[in-house]
Design a protein around this ligand. Sequence first.
Ligand code: PAF
Length: 289
Amino acid sequence: MQTLHSLDPLRRAVAALRQSPDGPKTVALVPTMGALHEGHLTLVREARKQADHVVVSIFVNPLQFGANEDLDKYPRQLERDCALLEAEGVDLVWAPTVEAMYPQGFATNISVTGVSDGLCGASRPGHFDGVATVVCKLFHQVLPDVALFGEKDWQQLAVIRRMARDLDLTSPHADAVLGVATVREEDGLAMSSRNAYLTAEQRLQAVTLPMAMKVAIAGIRNGDPVAACIGHLKDALLAGGFSSVDYAELRDADSLAPLDSRGTAPMRLLVAARIGTTRLIDNMAVLPE
Ligand code: PAF
């Protein structure tokens, strides 16, 4: 497994991966910010099924951090991450420096309107512009046949899908932006690097989130008013130990248009709530997929 930090060697290495005497090989990209956990490794395993070779990018992207979000404190553990990726059979780790990704004078911003608005976009202004800009660059750098993202960050996935379609980043014949189902702990809590910030008591309380979401989804499927189901969900979170609920909303799964009643197109229930200072997010399909 090679680990590369600058663009020219990366391009040469990806071109070499593609070449083989028995015909061209395919490449899957898994973009990450490192500090890898089982959720990331699930993306890598899925990527290996989707393509001949797997490239994982590790880059803590300054553009997607707000002024009040601590970029410097974000965990950086490249050696440990590379050992995990090597054990998973990854071919190439693309770990650019900030200067390699954003050379002096970098001035371009990609903004995907609509899907970036509201939900996490409301409390993190500019965040999805930062994500879209770096992911667009990663697509151009690696030129993958397929790229994989976790469904846990559903709004991020919707932003990237919209951008990939709008900017012709992937083949028009296949949706090459693949969402991979959220990996959950045994009790149902979605895996996240943020779970590590929870105290033992908060970790027990956190399970209220997936449990209350499932109850709300059962109600919506049953035809109960959406506003009442969401009201009960918020009450359950606060009663279960959460300190506040940033949002709990029913949205169209693709366009993320807000829905106030149950439809027939795929829908997602999306929630962000805080336990102490830790903000947890989760989302679930409302109808079976
Ligand atoms: O989900 C993440 O880890 C990041 O937002 C991504 C997609 C790697 C872009 O920096």
